[in-house]
Write a protein that binds this ligand. Structure first.
Ligand SMILES: Nc1nc2c(ncn2[C@@H]2O[C@H](COP(=O)(O)OP(=O)(O)OP(=O)(O)O)[C@@H](O)[C@H]2O)c(=O)[nH]1
Ligand SMILES: [Mg+2]
Length: 675
């Protein structure tokens, strides 16, 4: 399985931490390939990528930038992914569509840990990836220490493909360790070949030996050659590099400067040489060689002019515009030369194109018939942050739900929920993630919204039993109303919910009215004395009386409510607060900080342990009140270079009293008054 079949279009994703220079690298590669005539800059808002208002305003990518180019007669499509952890879903989904990833990072050992999550994803799924250490033009770069730090977070060996040539503080060129040729960077052009500097010959030989030893770990023939001191032929080395990359056995390392054009042609040539062909990727993804046309959608966009676009990689067969697939007609098929959607009549294996107006097709969906055994699609990331929101204009709520549904179709990690108290709750990966969604509501759907913290789903219960009597009697002219019940209200253990028990004997309350008594009780329990749903209690109907003419369902329901309204305050009601089981994951350097965060939020630490499969990471398990969760991710990220995260699940309800409870009850009272 080598990377030959160069005629089919290939695709690479640009991933890596926030602000490492991916969008700048996309720009540099498009420029080097001749797809654009001038190289823009992120700072000036002039790049092909990050063209949306939301991206430009923040000087960061907030959605993938997709652009293709021809380089030395071959077609490449690049998917430049946002680096922010809050937009990770897009990056993970894009990685499912490409032949290889270029992991872009900075030459700063302190930032190496930020690369860990994406490396984990790549290694778990055996996605070929190379590392590009960008910003090598910056003064005082520490390549060696950076690579040591990166190696600590990579399951695969990082293998230098080149070493830097320095002039004082700055890197001015490189020596290729396979061809053993030296080059000097020439901005705007391919690098110039030069003599290997005398002073670097020893270092070059050592680095080359290291490269060969890494390759020999996966090639017995090469191992024998090395043991016998035979110089392996260059072709053998190239072949091993291609094969080992394709199988995700090694991570080749390059460096350069996206903004100042260092090593960009070098990178493109390495891609040309080493990135597996789409047919190889298809096998890795569990897609068979034979079968009907098959493409998989990795990104959905609702665009103003084209309508819904489903960006997909074609793995098998051909698709044509206007063709009917899975019951829908393709309404436009678009390639993305230099990032500009451009209509094409048809597309085939390896192409990365947007399918227009396939309304029923979701992100992750297969167009055509899916093969059994295809790689599992990444799950939507579990939400970490939430806003409750409402349309600023009353009556626009339906329109708002519709627009949000479209946005969550674009980004499966944006989750829309109808909250317990009639709230519309938008959940996602962080504050910027949700803020971008809110900006899009405005820019694309002309919807203004107001946001606030979602209401915590408190409950209430009782601690004492009482027996009460409720009688509803009205004699207003003609038909009267009569209902009369005796109820025992009693607490139940935590988690039991509400039980209604009927102990009527001798028909003192006729059968047909008993469900109405239960309804009356249940209606009352939806909003107890503190304003929250009441749980964990039993209500027993022990006795009552009726009137042959005046009794009715309504009258018994009302009698039950009267009894509950009188009885509940006597039952020593108490507020219950939801407690979540939270598992925080952080690099071990931050474990103590994570524990302090838990303690600072009325949490209870249950223990901590090494994170399974994540060398150098810990998990901290704790109970945390849901009321303390709203900005947990914000604090955690700010203390952990952005990489700390958590998972959560509801665990139990816990009684709270005192000042905290009083405040909750007071706030609820006000909210109900204003509702
Ligand atoms: N010195 C130097 N700065 C660079 C280079 N490449 C990018 N930058 C700067 O790094 C910053 C981030 O660049 P982007 O290209 O937006 O980085 P990104 O990785 O796309 O960022 P996100 O998409 O937000 O994750 C910008 O201020 C760039 O000017 C480089 O090669 N050298
Ligand atoms: Mg970017």
């Amino acid at each position: 399985m080598t990377a030959k079949s160069p005629s089919l279009p290939r695709a690479c994703a640009l991933v890596g931490p926030f602000a490492s220079g991916k969008t700048s690298l996309l720009e540099a590669m498009l420029f080097a390939a001749g797809a654009i005539g001038r190289q823009g800059r992120v700072k000036d808002g002039s790049t092909v990528g990050d063209a949306s208002a939301e991206a430009r305003a923040r000087f960061m990518s907030v959605e993938p930038n997709i652009a293709s180019a021809q380089y030395l007669g071959e077609t490449w499509t690049f998917v430049d992914c946002p680096g922010s952890v809050e937009f990770q879903q897009d990056a993970y989904n894009a990685l499912m569509a490409v032949d290889a990833a270029i992991v872009v990072c900075e030459p700063d050992p302190a930032r190496a840990v930020m690369v860990a999550p994406v490396l984990k994803f790549l290694d778990e799924r055996k996605i070929p990836h190379i590392l590009f250490v960008n910003k090598i033009d910056a003064a005082g770069t520490r390549l060696k220490e950076t690579l040591d730090a990166l190696q600590a977070v990579s399951d695969r060996p990082l293998v230098m493909r080149e070493i830097p040539i320095r002039d004082g503080e700055s890197v001015t060129g490189y020596i290729d360790l396979v061809s053993e040729r030296a080059y000097r960077y020439r901005p705007g052009q391919a690098s110039a070949m030069i003599q290997i500097p005398e002073a670097l010959k020893g270092e070059e030989a050592r680095a080359r030996q290291e490269l060969l030893e890494h390759l020999a770990d996966f090639d017995d023939h090469l191992m024998e050659e090395l043991l016998e001191d035979i110089q392996p032929p260059t072709d053998e080395i190239y072949q091993d590099l291609g094969k080992d990359l394709a199988e995700d056995l090694i991570v080749p390392v390059f460096f350069g400067s996206a903004e100042n054009d260092g090593g960009i042609h070098r990178l493109l040539k390495a891609l040309r040489h080493d990135v597996p062909a789409p047919a190889v990727t298809a096998v890795r993804q569990g897609i068979k060689a034979e079968g009907g046309a098959l493409a998989q959608v990795f990104k959905t966009v609702h665009a103003a002019h084209t309508g819904k676009l489903s960006f997909a990689r074609i793995w098998r067969g051909e698709f044509a515009d206007n063709q009917v697939v899975d019951g829908s007609r393709i309404g436009g098929l678009y390639a993305m030369p230099a990032g500009i959607p451009t209509k094409v009549a048809k597309a085939g294996p390896g192409d990365l194109v947007a399918f227009g107006r396939l309304d029923p097709v979701a992100t992750g969906a297969v167009i055509g018939e899916a093969d059994s055994g295809m790689a599992t699609w990444p799950q939507p990331l579990a939400p970490l942050f939430a806003f409750a929101l409402a349309a600023e204009k009353k009556g626009d709520d339906v329109k708002l739900s519709g627009a949000l549904a479209k946005l969550s179709e674009e980004d499966p990690s944006l989750i829309l929920e109808h909250g317990e108290f009639g709230e519309l709750v938008l959940r996602g990966q962080g504050e910027i993630h949700l803020q971008v969604a809110i900006d899009r509501l405005k820019s694309r759907f002309n919807m203004q919204v107001v946001t606030r913290k979602p209401t915590v789903p408190y409950k209430e219960t009782i601690r004492k039993s009482v027996s009460v009597h409720g009688r509803h009697k009205k004699q207003s002219g003609g038909h009267g109303q009569f209902g009369d019940v005796y109820l025992d209200i009693a607490p139940l253990p935590r988690g039991q919910g509400f039980h209604f028990v009927d102990k009527i004997v001798g028909g003192v309350v006729p059968r047909q009215y008993i469900p109405s008594v239960e309804h009356g009780v249940a209606e009352f329990l939806a909003q107890g004395p503190f304003g929250f749903p009441v749980v964990d209690l039993s209500v027993t109907l022990t006795s009552g009386s009726y009137h042959a003419v005046d009794s009715s369902d309504m009258a018994f329901k009302t009698a039950a409510r009267i009894a509950m309204t009188e009885g509940m305050p006597q039952c020593d009601p108490v507020l219950l607060e939801p407690i979540l089981l939270v598992e925080i994951s952080v690099p071990s350097d931050y474990t103590a900080k994570a524990q302090r965060i838990v303690s600072g939020r009325r949490g209870q630490i249950l223990g901590y342990d090494a994170k399974e499969g994540w060398q150098g990471w810990d998990t901290v398990n704790a109970y945390l009140p849901q009321a303390e969760m709203d900005d947990l991710i914000v604090e955690l990220r700010s203390l952990t270079m952005g990489v700390g995260t958590f998972s959560w699940a509801f665990d139990h309800l816990q009684e709270i009293a005192g000042r905290i409870a009083d405040k909750v009850v007071e706030q609820r009272r006000k909210a109900l008054e204003n509702a």
